[in-house]
Design a protein around this ligand. Sequence first.
Ligand SMILES: NC(=O)c1ccc[n+]([C@@H]2O[C@H](COP(=O)([O-])OP(=O)(O)OC[C@H]3O[C@@H](n4cnc5c(N)ncnc54)[C@H](O)[C@@H]3O)[C@@H](O)[C@H]2O)c1
Length: 228
Amino acid sequence: MIRVAVAGAAGRMGEAVCAAVTGAEDMQLTGRADPRLGVALADVLGGADVVVDFTQPDSALANALACVQAGVHAVVGTTGFDPAPLREARTSDGREPANVLIAPNFAIGAVLMMRFAAEAARHMAKAEIIELHHDAKIDAPSGTAALTAARMAEASGHPAPPIHSVRLPGLVAHQEVILGDLGQTLTIRHDSLSRESFMPGVLLAVRRVPTLTESPVVGLEQLLFEAP
Ligand SMILES: NC(=O)c1ccc[n+]([C@@H]2O[C@H](COP(=O)([O-])OP(=O)(O)OC[C@H]3O[C@@H](n4cnc5c(N)ncnc54)[C@H](O)[C@@H]3O)[C@@H](O)[C@H]2O)c1
């Protein structure tokens, strides 16, 4: 059994992750950390093999560093923070080395959208990205849009496409990549219609994070596709 603790357990995503972990036959939910539950991350690290973090941009880095120092693997879904300091993160003496996997989007369809957008960017003149989310989302542009733009720029050699952010009640997480060229456009669109869309990707990451050969790894695609 993989022992899993959730940081941000009282949040929208955290509650969905707790339910998904509880429903997974090979996992055991060992801790629910959240200031709203009066439980700190430090209180749940002792009993966990993996921590799943869906918190806030100003908490995620410190949480991931604390996990690595404690020898606990971290799967981070929180967006809007700079993960660069994690490259230097080390496990405290005497603990098993721990890995971090960060994914701005755990929905398999969104990962495919990013891949198809990068491929299309090689062949079409210009592109723009529209990302649409519920109005409680703190960061803009979304981590998914930023990663899509970076992947399109890498693939095409063009500047990163502009990103437009929409925040409205009723939305969950949606993105459109529109590419244009002489007399034609191509639109690639992904919609997360509920938070369940992220759970197969989160569970895959929990199962795979202990065996990563480098850390941090950014993007679920690193687990889904072989290196090009
Ligand atoms: N990667 C993905 O696929 C994906 C999908 C959806 C949302 N997100 C991101 O996940 C994050 C959470 O989104 P949400 O909608 O669940 O937010 P939310 O506000 O509903 O939940 C966040 C929770 O984190 C708790 N929290 C804050 N600081 C904490 C800390 N230091 N330790 C433990 N808990 C702490 C808060 O009390 C809150 O309950 C956001 O950054 C969002 O952009 C990522």
